[in-house]
Design a protein around this ligand. Structure first.
Ligand SMILES: Cc1cc2nc3c(=O)[nH]c(=O)nc-3n(C[C@H](O)[C@H](O)[C@H](O)COP(=O)(O)OP(=O)(O)OC[C@H]3O[C@@H](n4cnc5c(N)ncnc54)[C@H](O)[C@@H]3O)c2cc1C
Length: 334
């Protein structure tokens, strides 16, 4: 590797340009990054070049900044990803407006005929608690088999129509309009660390759709290698931490008192649902408070990348080239 004066993170260098497979045809790769944890500290202090600060001092500062939402220093670090995902995932992802995006052009290029098929474990019934999600209960194997058969039928018809139109005179920008949302697209996506943490907080959360969570988890693993101290603070204060409302603070204040530089439990105090409701918490807020507190017994996620799954760029380039309609394929050799 050429010598560089840039701050680098050895763990991030190790994965640069590796492609991590996701779902059945997708991937995420960390293409490049600018800056490390130390750069955030230097920006926060507006200091002159590399200092001699101890790692523990850097860690303390970064955690302070995160706790107090002093976020602009973390905008000094940037990460650039190459991502490939089904269009319905891309549609959720693109709502994050603070990234720079360049997507594969379906007006210019032929779109590979690759479609996402959920595995049996993911095909679940509609949740009754959360209208936006799945329940955790897998549908019968026969329902999965029939759904896959129907999806394949639609995809075959869509792919054939696309193939026929693009092989003829029809412009690609219109030939594509009936491709299903399961079709894979791809983009380069660059974002600063502050906004990446916001994206990841929302998208590794259990309320996000499982498919985009999968991408969030891998990207969190990449971030862990670029800026491990920022990652650690994010896990502690955002992923495993929680915001408390006035009513929640009052409820917890009835259980524990601040005393002698510590906390003292109030003996015999029990807050049942009725007491919590009397304190102004709606049923839903009570449920959410209990969920927040039950998280304290769950070990923090580690989001470590499994390097054994990583592929070289060519692996995906070849698969995608083989999946575009015939007109764009190179002629067979010989
Ligand atoms: C579980 C879940 C369910 C969702 N369901 C729906 C849904 O049903 N329908 C739907 O339409 N969307 C839905 N969304 C998308 C959601 O409403 C947000 O659009 C998306 O999460 C992006 O969040 P954001 O705007 O905070 O992020 P970003 O666009 O990345 O912005 C980051 C932050 O920058 C600031 N910012 C950016 N742009 C502006 C601006 N123009 N003005 C002021 N501040 C700005 C805000 O502080 C914002 O939080 C859902 C998201 C999640 C996670």
């Amino acid at each position: 590797m050429a010598d560089t004066k840039r701050p680098v993170s050895p763990a991030a260098e190790e994965i640069l340009g590796l492609y991590f497979p996701l779902l059945d045809h997708g991937f995420v790769s960390l293409v490049d990054y600018m800056g490390t944890d130390e750069c955030i500290e230097r920006a926060a202090r507006v200091s002159y070049g590399h200092g001699t600060r101890k790692r523990s001092q850097t860690r303390g500062l970064l955690r302070y900044l995160r706790r107090h939402k002093h976020t602009t220093p973390s905008e000094m670090v940037e990460l650039k990803f190459h991502c490939c995902m089904p269009m319905f995932v891309a549609r959720q992802w693109i709502r994050h407006r603070t990234a720079n995006v360049n997507e594969l052009s379906g007006r210019y290029s032929l779109i590979p005929m690759l479609f996402y098929t959920p595995e049996a474990a993911q095909l679940q019934t509609q949740s009754r608690q959360n209208n936006q999600g799945r329940s955790g209960e897998v549908v019968a194997a026969s329902v999965h088999a029939e759904a896959v058969r129907r999806w394949n039928e639609i995809r075959r018809a869509s792919a054939e129509a696309y193939d026929w139109m693009t092989a003829g005179e029809v412009a690609r920008e219109l030939a594509r309009i009936d491709l299903p949302l399961s079709t894979y697209t791809q983009w380069y996506w660059k974002i600063d660390l502050h906004n990446l943490l916001h994206f990841l907080t929302l998208r590794v959360d259990a309320h996000a759709q499982w498919e985009i969570q999968e991408y969030g988890r891998v990207m969190a693993g990449m971030l862990k290698r670029v800026a491990p101290l920022s990652y650690e603070a994010w896990i502690d204060y955002d992923v495993c931490g929680a915001h408390l409302s006035r009513m929640e603070m009052e409820a917890l204040g009835a259980l524990v008192a601040v005393e002698g530089g510590g906390l003292r439990s109030q003996p015999g105090v029990v807050l049942d649902a009725q007491v919590l409701a009397a304190g102004g918490l709606s049923n839903r807020e009570v449920e959410e408070l209990l969920r927040k507190l039950s998280r304290s017994s769950t070990p923090p996620p580690d989001f470590d990348l499994d390097l054994r799954t990583a592929k070289p760029a060519d692996y995906f380039a070849e698969r995608f080239a083989a999946a575009v309609p015939r007109v764009d394929r190179p002629p067979p050799e010989g």
